[in-house]
Write a protein that binds this ligand. Structure first.
Ligand SMILES: [Fe+2]
Ligand SMILES: [Fe+2]
Length: 311
């Protein structure tokens, strides 16, 4: 698996959706589980700019190759979230995507700032901190594309197969960058390997956790992977990450699945109740900085029209 940053810069572009049969969005029914996963995935794709804010305060951003990648990567991820939102709207679920993104962010609270500051401090104190988030980047991209593959399989929806199939191709390139960069950092660097393994075993959480609750993460994991094929896919994912120097035999995603099963066995109804009760709407936060920062929302008018009025 190779990756060329020069080629990536040249070829990086907005997701090509030409030829997707959007009108067939309603042709095939989706289960509550499919819809739950699509909302989760859309929210996490749309969270990328905030995740990026964590990366940009680290010492790794002194590296122009990393910042060139992040510039293109962030743009590509934007269109993943936008297109999943478009699909859900066309399927008949009504929401304003900008309002939803704002509401998700309004719920983050002070924990987001604490996490941002600790990432910044950690990266400047520990030289090999970069290895950790490059590895986490690789796990996140691989978990994301594995999740999309599982959702294609579970839903059997033709439009989703086409849309998510295209998104998966982007995620594969993202994975290749993170994996190769992590490998480069970890090769012949035992200190970095030890720290990477230690941190992954203690602080790593599945993609989306923090924005989503433990129960929401479990609901997604159990819906997509709680069968023989799903479990095998997560074990294969761990095996791939275990090929990084110093990470042989590491268990992350499969461990997260087993922990989710464990929580469910102690608490019947855990996770599945979110899916049964269709709990995927995001309530507006009681107190949000959005209105204070952008007057267009505080006025309660149409954001698009208001933006034009300002111009
Ligand atoms: Fe994505
Ligand atoms: Fe990605």
């Amino acid at each position: 698996m190779s990756f060329s940053i020069e080629r990536y810069k040249e070829e990086s572009k907005k997701l090509d959706t030409a030829g997707i049969d959007w009108e067939a969005a309603t042709s095939s029914p989706l289960s509550n589980g499919d819809l739950f996963c699509l909302h989760y995935m859309m929210d996490i794709e749309n969270h990328v700019p905030l995740y990026l804010s964590h990366l940009l305060v680290t010492r790794a951003c002194m590296d122009p190759i990393l910042t060139a990648f992040l510039a293109c990567w962030n743009y590509e991820e934007l269109w993943h979230g936008e297109n999943i939102g478009k699909f859900l709207n066309l399927y008949g679920i009504e929401f304003d995507i900008q309002d939803r993104i704002a509401n998700v962010r309004a719920h983050l609270g002070v924990q987001n700032s604490i996490s941002l500051m600790s990432t910044m401090v950690g990266s400047w104190l520990l030289k090999d901190f970069s290895a950790v988030y490059l590895t986490i980047g690789a796990i996140n991209e691989l978990a994301t594309l594995t999740g999309y593959g599982a959702l294609i399989r579970k839903s059997g929806h033709p439009v989703l197969r086409d849309l998510l199939g295209r998104i998966i191709k982007d995620e594969r390139r993202h994975f290749a960058f993170y994996f190769n960069s992590a490998k480069e950092w970890l090769t012949d660097n035992e200190k970095a390997q030890r720290m990477d393994r230690w941190m992954l075993n203690r602080v790593w959480v599945p993609v989306g956790q923090g924005v989503k609750t433990q129960e929401e993460v479990d609901a997604l994991a159990l819906y997509l992977f709680d069968d023989e094929q799903g479990e095998e896919e997560l074990l294969a994912l761990d095996e791939k990450i275990g090929k990084l120097p110093g990470l042989a035999g590491i268990k992350l995603m499969s461990k997260a699945l087993y922990a989710a099963r464990d929580r469910r066995s102690k608490n019947p109804g855990w996770a599945s109740r979110l899916i049964e009760n269709e709990e995927w709407a995001i309530a507006p936060a009681k107190k949000s900085a959005i209105g204070e920062l952008t007057t267009r929302r505080a006025r309660g008018g149409d954001p698009a029209t208001d933006a034009l009025e300002v111009m």
